[in-house]
Every structure is written in structure tokens, then in C-alpha cells.
Design a protein around this ligand. Sequence first.
Ligand code: ASP
Length: 351
Amino acid sequence: MKKIFLFSALLSLLCSSSEVIGQTVQQGKYVLVIHGGAGTILRKNMTSEKEQAYRQVLTLALEAGYKEIRAGKRSLDAVEAAIHVMEDSPLFNAGKGAVFTHDGRNELDAAIMDGKTLAAGSVAGVTTIRNPISAARAVMEKSEHVMMTGRGAEQFAKEAGLDIVAPSYFRTEERWQGLQKAIREDSLRAKLDHDDKKSSLLGIRSVDYKFGTVGAVALDKEGNLAAGTSTGGMTNKKYGRIGDAPVIGAGTYASNATAAISCTGWGEFFIRSVVAHDISALMEYKGASLSSAAKTVLAKVEKLGGDGGLIALDRKGNMTMPFNTAGMYRGCVTADGKIEVWIYKDQDNVK
Ligand code: ASP
């Protein structure tokens, strides 16, 4: 018994020091980490204006969230504020700028979770709520439920006093063209590639421009963690399809005992791998470090055939942001307000 105890104490010492070295992260350093989706984001496909625009919105989102943390507000406030900025920007696949379903609609999903109490809220398949992350928070704080969908969630958001918009508010020409392209590619592939079992089994194909979800994880001055994710899902998805983002434990999870996690990627695989909770469980039950838990679970997703990435932050302020795609819009801010943003894989913060 004693030996086991000594061994696990040694193991956790080794894990925590290697995490710090491996990530060049100082304890207690990070207070807010965000992502704006993972996918085939390559320099060669990006104009410098577009890259600048992404960097600018990521920075604005980090500033908005950091403002809440600095003012002593809750990590939930920081998550909501950061996500609002990205939901309101047409650049990201959340809120305005969400991708289209096969039927040409924008159906949005979002979730938020409080690491202190394990309270959680989510909405799925909503079409009129300007900021779905706020609706998720309202479900968490103003109802006895965790998850609400479609018309009911929209009615609830209206009664909660949230901004309601016409479905056309979410439309952007770029996403509309994305849908047309996906429909063309899908029908072509269906003709050429009869035995692509994985795709036909799921009814969805992995076309990279389908990604672009947004998410945030935060740590406040009280030491409480929170996580949130908001998305339009995947281009050309079928009516009523719900992704991993609003599924607590799949795309979104937070516990003060372990970490706050927000995912992006091919949602069906993230649901089947229960990614966010699996990371938390590895930390809680096996004493894994944040970065090794995140890497292990993402490898599981990859083995199943899925791709994407995630951001995670623990109570000590360590963060990790692994992904197995060419890029992921991402950024973080330290307790003293230093902001950094990245887009591509070949940048030196890949952990
Ligand atoms: N995970 C999201 C979904 O499957 C898509 C994304 O991350 O872009 O709905």
C-alpha cells in the first residue's frame, strides 16, 4: 500500500514537472484561452487582410474576456464575453456567419459549464437567438434543465430577455457559397467513391471548411473554472443534426477538480469519444497531467477517423491546445494581460 502511494506520488511529481517543461508554461500563468475552430487552415490559402481580420477578432475576444477576469468577475462572465465577440463576427462559424444545413438554414448549438458547481446549460438547433452562448447560460441559471432544443429553447430565450433576431441575420454569402460547394462535392464524391464506408455510415463527409466553431475556457480570481462552446455545426448537415458542442462532456466540460475544456472538430467523433469528460476523467481518476490527458484523448479521436482540436485550462493556470488539423484559430491571455494569438500548426506554441 505504502509502495503504491510512494509510486503514485513520484509519478504525479514527474508528470507535473514534465508538463511545465513540455509546455513552457508557468504555473498560474493563463486565465483565458479561446479557439475559433480547427481545420485545413493553410497560409497559402489566406490573404494577409483575412489573416489580420482573424487575429483582430481573436484579440478583441481575449480582451473582452480578460476585462471580466481583471474586474474580479466570474470565469463564466469571461467565457460569455469572449464568445459574444466571436459569435457577433461573421468570420467564425458561430452566431452570425454560422454554416448552413443541407436545407439552407442556420441551426446553432452552444453550451456553458461552471467548474465550481458542475452546473451546465446548453441549447441546440436554434435559429433565432443572436447569442446562443447566453441562451445556454440562461438555461443553466434560470431553468431546472440542462439542455433545450429548437422552438422551446427559442421561446425560453425570448422569455429570458435575450436578443432575438430573424433567421436571416445569421446568413453570410461566404457560408452560402460554402454550402453550394459542399453539395457539389458531396454529389461528385457519391458518384466516384461508392465505398467510402466511414462517410456513408455517418451521412456526413469530412470537408475541412466545415470547421470553425468558437470556444473559451477561463479561470477567475476565485480559482473557479468555466468552459463554453458555440457553433453553427457542420456545413451541409442534415436537418436536426446536433454536434458535440452542446453535449456536456463531449464538446464542453468544466470541473474545478480537473480542467475546463472546449472542443472543435468533427462532432460525431467527439461525441462518440466523449472527449471533454474523458480528459477530465483521466486527470481525476488517473492523475494524468492536463496536456497528456488532452493528447491521449485526441489520439483516440484520430484513431476513430475524426479530426479537430481543443483548448483546456486547469486550476493552476496551465493550458494546452492540441489539434490534429493543419491549423486552429486560437489565443490566450495571462494573468498579467499578455495576449497571444496563433492560427497555423507550424507556430511554436503547438503543445
Ligand atoms: N464540432 C462542431 C460540430 O461538429 C463543428 C466544429 O467544431 O467546427 O458541430
